[in-house]
Design a binder for this molecule. Structure first.
Ligand code: SIN
Length: 553
C-alpha cells in the first residue's frame, strides 16, 4: 500500500467494500494487478453469503442446461429480467464454479451404496421455478458457509490483498467528477461499537472503489438476513450521486421459521426441493389452488399464497412445512444445520409440522450497473446483492444469488482493471472525529430503528397499496428526521450510520413502490393487481434528485 507523498492521504489501488462472495471474488481478480484493501464492518466471513443454505444454481454439466437455466431465470423474473445480464450469468457460471472447486470448495458429492465417491460427480437438488435439478450444495444445508470459508482462505493466500475488519466506510469521497476514495473508521466489535465514537477515521484514496456490501434485509422487521445487512453500500453510493434501480423489488422468502421467541430462521427452499409440502391450518395442501408447480412455484407466488392462507378472518393463522411423508431422504443428514436449529426449539423435520411465514430475504434492486459493474459514477463499481444489473428482474430465481456474486464480482474487477483510472492526489484531510451518543440518545436510536423496520413491514411488505405506501413514506420521513437530529454535532457511530443507511434504502423502496402502479414479481399492489407491460415493462431508476423514472434497458 502506498503511503504517498507527505501531503497526500494514504492510497491503495483498489478498495473493496464488503467481504461476501462478490467482494472476495473481485479481490482475488484484482490482486494479480495491484494492492487491494477489503473493508468489512465485522470479522471476515460474517456476511449474507455465509448464511446461504440451499445452494448455488449452475447449469448441469452437459451444456444443454445453459439455455434452460436462462429460460428459468427469465421466467421467474416476471417480464423484467434484462436478458443480456441473464445470459452472462448462466453462460459464465460454470467457469466461476469450477474455479471455486479448484480453490478448495467442497460441494456435496454423489456416493455409491458403500459411501465411495463417484468420480467427482456432484449432488444436485432442485428449488422453486427450476425446471430440473441443478443446484450444488455443501455440507447439506451450509453452502454459503463453505463457499465463504474457501474464498476467505484463497483470498488470504494472495499477498496483495489486505483486510480491514471491523471497519466501516462512512463516506465515498468524490473529486473531479469521480469517486476517488472513501472515508474509513473503526466499527468496533458488534454491540460494543453501538453509539461509541468511531476510532481513527481515515481518508483512503483508491484508483477504483467496488461496493459489494450486500443487501438490506434489516430494513424490514422480519428478515432472514443477519444483522450486518443494513444496505450501507447502497446508501453510500446513493449519497455519492449514483443511480439506484428496481428498488421496489424486495424478495420475501416464503418459509422462515414462525415460532414465538425464535429468530426468523431460514428454512431452505431445498426442503421443498426434497419433497416438503405446504399445509394450511386445516391441513390442506393449498398450493394446488395457486400454481401448477405447487410448492416449487416461483418464490413470489408461494410467499403470497402463504400470506393469504395464513390470514384468515383478519387473524394470522399458522402455515406449515410438512416433510413427514418424505421417506427416501435421510432428512437429518441432508439438512444438518436446519435439523440442529429446529431441535433447539423442540421440532423435528421428520415428524413435526414446522410453522412458517414469509420474511424479507433478498433485494433484486440496488446500485444500477452495466454488465461489468460500472455505476453511473466514474471510479465507483458495484456487484452482488448491492448492485442491480437487471439479472433478477422482478423476482430472483432461487439460488442464483451466489452465482451472481461470483460472475459479476469477477466482471466488476475486470472492468476496474480495464478502466485503469489513475489515483487522484488531494491534500490530506482528516475526516471529522465523531462524538459518542449518550445512553438516552442510544435508546432513542434503537427505538427509531424499530419504528422504521416495523413501518416497512406494515406498509411496504408482501401486499402493498398506494395509501399504505404513502403512510410508510410519512413514517420513514419522521424516522429520518429523528436520525438527523441524533447526528447533529458530529455525533455518529456504526449504529447511527446503519440506521441512516436503512432509512435511505427504505425511502428508495417506498418511492419506487409508489411509482410502479402495477403488480409484477415480488411487487404486489392490491390496488393494481395486474401486470401492465405497456407502461411498466421497464426498470425504475432513482436518480440523485431522488425522483423515480422508468427506463427500458
Ligand atoms: C434457500 O436456501 O432457500 C435460499 C436460497 C436462495 O435464497 O436463493
Amino acid at each position: 500500500m502506498e503511503t504517498g507523498a507527505a501531503a497526500d492521504s494514504p492510497a491503495v489501488d483498489f478498495l473493496v467494500v464488503g467481504a461476501g462472495v462478490a467482494g472476495l471474488r473481485a479481490a482475488v481478480e484484482l490482486a494479480g494487478h495491484g494492492d487491494v484493501l477489503v473493508v468489512t464492518k465485522e470479522s471476515l466471513g460474517e456476511s449474507n453469503t455465509h448464511y446461504a443454505q440451499g445452494g448455488i444454481a449452475v447449469a448441469a454439466e452437459d451444456g444443454a442446461d445453459v439455455g434452460l437455466h436462462l429460460e428459468d431465470t427469465v421466467r421467474a423474473g416476471d417480464g423484467l429480467v434484462y436478458p443480456p445480464a441473464a445470459q452472462v450469468l448462466v453462460s459464465q457460471g460454470s467457469l466461476r464454479v469450477a474455479e471455486l472447486i479448484e480453490w478448495g470448495t467442497n460441494f456435496d458429492e454423489a456416493t455409491d451404496s458403500e459411501g465411495r465417491r463417484l468420480n467427482g460427480r456432484f449432488l444436485r437438488t432442485r428449488e422453486g421455478a427450476h425446471s430440473l435439478e441443478r443446484i450444488l450444495h455443501a455440507n447439506g444445508d451450509a453452502t454459503g458457509a463453505e463457499i465463504s470459508r474457501a474464498l476467505v482462505a484463497h483470498a488470504r493466500r494472495q499477498p496483495r490483498i489486505r483486510f480491514a475488519e471491523w471497519t466501516q466506510v462512512t463516506r465515498l469521497v468524490t473529486a473531479e467528477r469521480r469517486v476517488m476514495g472513501a472515508e474509513l473508521a473503526g466499527a468496533g466489535p458488534a454491540g460494543a461499537g453501538s453509539g461509541q465514537p468511531v476510532a481513527a477515521p481515515l481518508r483512503m484514496r483508491a484508483r477504483a472503489v467496488l461496493v459489494a456490501s450486500g443487501g438490506a434485509g434489516q430494513v424490514y422487521a422480519e428478515t432472514t438476513n443477519p444483522a450486518v445487512a443494513t444496505g450501507d453500500g447502497i446508501a453510500l453510493a446513493a449519497e455519492a450521486g449514483a443511480e439506484l434501480a428496481d428498488m421496489e423489488f424486495y424478495q420475501f422468502h416464503p418459509t422462515a421459521l414462525a415460532l414465538e421467541g425464535a429468530p426468523r430462521f431460514l428454512l431452505s427452499e431445498a426442503l421443498r426441493g426434497e419433497g416438503a409440502y405446504l399445509r394450511n391450518g386445516r391441513g390442506e395442501r393449498f398450493m394446488e389452488r395457486y400454481h401448477p408447480q405447487l410448492e416449487l412455484a416461483p418464490r413470489d407466488v408461494v410467499a403470497r399464497a402463504i400470506a393469504r392462507e395464513g390470514a384468515v378472518e383478519g387473524e394470522a393463522r399458522p402455515v406449515y412445512l410438512d416433510m413427514r411423508h418424505v421417506k427416501n431422504v435421510d432428512l437429518h443428514r441432508r439438512f444438518p444445520g436446519i435439523s440442529a436449529f429446529l431441535a433447539r426449539h423442540g421440532l423435528d423435520l421428520a415428524c413435526d409440522l414446522i410453522p412458517v411465514r414469509p420474511a424479507a430475504h433478498y433485494l433484486m434492486g440496488g446500485i444500477r450497473t452495466d454488465l461489468s459493474g460500472r455505476t453511473s459514477i466514474a471510479g465507483l463499481y458495484a456487484a452482488g446483492e448491492a448492485a442491480c444489473t437487471g439479472v433478477h428482474g422482478a423476482n430472483r430465481l432461487a439460488s442464483n444469488s451466489l452465482l451472481e456474486g461470483l460472475v459479476f464480482g469477477a466482471r466488476a474487477a475486470q472492468a476496474m482493471l480495464a478502466d485503469a483510472l489513475p489515483l487522484i492526489h488531494t491534500e490530506s484531510e482528516m475526516p471529522q472525529e465523531a462524538k459518542p451518543l449518550s445512553a438516552a440518545e442510544e435508546q432513542h436510536l434503537e427505538a427509531t430503528i424499530v419504528r422504521l423496520r416495523s413501518a416497512m413491514w406494515t406498509h411496504a411488505g408482501l401486499l402493498r397499496e398506494e395509501s399504505s405506501l404513502r403512510e410508510g413514506l410519512a413514517r420513514q420521513a419522521e424516522c429520518d428526521a429523528a436520525l438527523a437530529g441524533l447526528a447533529m454535532g458530529a455525533k455518529r457511530g456504526r449504529r447511527l450510520s446503519e440506521a441512516q443507511a436503512l432509512s435511505r434504502v427504505a425511502e428508495a423502496i417506498l418511492k419506487s413502490a409508489v411509482a410502479r402502479t402495477e403488480s409484477r414479481g415480488a411487487h404486489f399492489r392490491s390496488d393494481y393487481p395486474r401486470r401492465d407491460d405497456q407502461n411498466f415493462g421497464r426498470h425504475s431508476v432513482l436518480g440523485a434528485n431522488r425522483e423515480v423514472i422508468f427506463e427500458r434497458w
